[in-house]
Design a binder for this molecule. Structure first.
Ligand code: NAD
Ligand code: TYD
Length: 337
C-alpha cells in the first residue's frame, strides 16, 4: 500500500485530490498535513474526515522537526505537495508569507523527504512560473522560467529547489505545472467563485483592466487525475505541463457565468488593473497526454455548469466562508482533544 503525504489537503485542489484518491485508489493511505490558513477549510473534507485510510493533521510545512516526525510515525513513502500561498493579489500586498511557505516550506519538506527512502516527491507548481505570453504560442516544459509576480517567483524558487534536491541528493521527483483550475471548493477570492458569489448576491463583478487577459481553464478533477498519473507512472526528474486547451478572455468567462446564473451583464464593473498583470497563459499539455495517456474529461462548458451547480447546491459552504464560521470548524471538531 502506498503511504502518501498530501500537503495542503484542506485547500481547493488538495481537498479535491484527497477525495479522488480515497474514492478511486483504495490501495493508498493519505496523511493530510494542512495548517488551515484562511484558505484551508475542513468543510472541504466533509465525508472523508473519518475515512479509515485518511488522517488529517493540522501543522506547518515549515516546521522541519514536526514534518520529520510525521514521515517516521506514518512511514511515508511519497509526497504530493500542494500547500502554498496561492493568490497573486495577496502576493502583491504581502509577499513575505509567500517566501516563508512556498520556498522555506518546500525546503523543509525536501529535507525530510530526501533524508528518507522517499520514492517520489511531486511538486504541484503552476504555469505562472513561465511568465506571460503574447498573442501566439504556448508554454512547453522547456519554456524558460520568467515569473512576474511574487507568487510565481516563489513557486519558481520552490521548483528550482526540488530540482536541486533531485540532482544533489537523488530524491526521485516530478514537477507539474498547471493552468488555472476551477471547480468545487475553490475559495471565493479567485475569479470564478468570486464572480459566482457576487452575482448570486447581485453585487458588482470586478473585472480587472480591459478584461481581455487570457487564462487556460482546467476543471480541478482533471488536474487531480493528471497528478495521480504523474505520481504513479512518470519517470523521475520529468516536468509535466497540465492544461485544458481552453483559453478564454476573462470577460468572456464572466459573461458565460452571468448567462448560466440568469443575471444581467450590467453587474460587470471594470476596475483598476492588477499591477504587473500577466496578459496571457496557455499550456501545451502534449507531453503529459503522450507520455502518461492523460486527457481532460470535461469541456469548459460542462465543467463550468457542474461548478455553478455545485456552488448553488452548497450555498452553506460559501456562507460559512463569507461569515468566517468555517475557521471555527476545526476548533469545534477537536474541542474534546
Ligand atoms: P489554496 O490556497 O486553496 O490551498 C492551499 C492550502 O495550503 C490551504 O489549505 C492552506 O491552509 C495550506 N497551507 C498554506 N500554508 C501552509 C503551511 N505553511 N503549512 C501547511 N499548510 C499550509 O491553493 P490551491 O488553489 O488549492 O493550490 C494548491 C497548489 O496548486 C498550490 O501549490 C498552487 O501553487 C498550485 N496551483 C494552483 C492553481 C489554481 O488555479 N488554483 C493552478 C496551478 C497550480
Ligand atoms: P485569479 O483567479 O486570481 O487567478 P490568476 O491570477 O492566478 O490567474 O485571476 C484569474 C484572472 O481573472 C486574472 O487575469 C485576474 C482576473 N481577475 C479579475 O478580473 N477580477 C477579480 O476580481 C479577480 C480575483 C481576478
Amino acid at each position: 500500500m502506498r503511504r502518501l503525504l498530501v500537503t495542503g489537503g484542506a485547500g481547493f485542489i488538495g481537498s479535491n485530490f484527497v477525495h479522488m484518491v480515497l474514492e478511486e485508489h483504495p490501495d493508498c493511505f493519505v496523511l493530510n498535513l494542512d495548517q488551515l490558513t484562511y484558505a484551508g477549510n475542513l468543510e472541504n473534507l466533509d465525508g472523508v474526515m473519518a475515512h479509515p485510510k485518511h488522517v488529517f493533521v493540522r501543522g506547518d510545512i515549515c516546521d522541519l522537526p514536526f514534518v520529520e516526525k510525521l514521515f517516521d510515525e506514518h512511514a511515508i513513502d511519497s509526497v504530493v505537495h500542494f500547500a502554498a500561498e496561492s493568490h497573486v493579489d495577496r502576493s502583491i500586498t504581502g509577499p513575505k508569507v509567500f517566501i516563508d511557505t512556498n520556498v522555506a516550506g518546500t525546503l523543509a519538506l525536501l529535507q525530510a523527504a530526501s533524508a528518507r527512502d522517499t520514492t517520489r516527491f511531486v511538486q504541484v507548481s503552476t504555469d505562472e512560473v513561465y511568465g506571460s505570453l503574447g498573442d501566439e504560442g504556448r508554454f512547453t516544459e522547456t519554456t524558460p522560467l520568467a515569473p512576474n509576480s511574487p507568487y510565481s517567483a516563489s513557486k519558481a524558487s520552490a521548483d528550482h529547489l526540488v530540482r536541486a534536491f533531485g540532482h544533489t541528493w537523488g530524491l526521485p521527483y516530478n514537477i507539474t505545472r498547471c493552468s488555472n483550475n476551477y471547480g468545487p471548493y475553490q475559495f471565493p477570492e479567485k475569479l470564478i467563485p468570486l464572480m459566482i458569489n457576487n452575482a448570486r448576491q447581485d453585487k458588482a463583478l470586478p473585472v480587472y483592466g480591459d478584461g481581455l487577459h487570457v487564462r487556460d481553464w482546467l476543471f480541478v478533477y482533471d488536474h487531480c487525475t493528471a497528478i495521480w498519473k504523474v505520481l504513479t507512472d512518470a519517470k523521475s526528474g520529468e516536468v509535466y505541463n497540465v492544461g485544458g486547451c481552453n483559453e478564454m478572455a476573462n470577460i468572456d468567462v464572466v459573461k458565460m457565468l452571468l448567462h448560466h446564473l440568469g443575471k444581467p451583464e450590467s453587474l460587470i464593473n471594470y476596475v483598476k488593473d492588477r499591477p504587473g498583470h500577466d496578459r496571457r497563459y496557455a499550456i501545451d499539455a502534449g507531453k503529459t497526454m503522450r507520455d502518461l495517456g492523460w486527457k481532460p474529461s470535461v469541456t469548459f462548458e460542462e465543467g463550468l455548469k457542474q461548478t455553478i451547480d455545485w456552488y448553488i447546491a452548497n450555498q452553506a459552504w460559501l456562507d460559512h466562508i463569507v461569515s468566517g464560521d468555517y475557521q471555527s470548524y476545526y476548533d469545534s471538531m477537536y474541542a474534546d482533544r
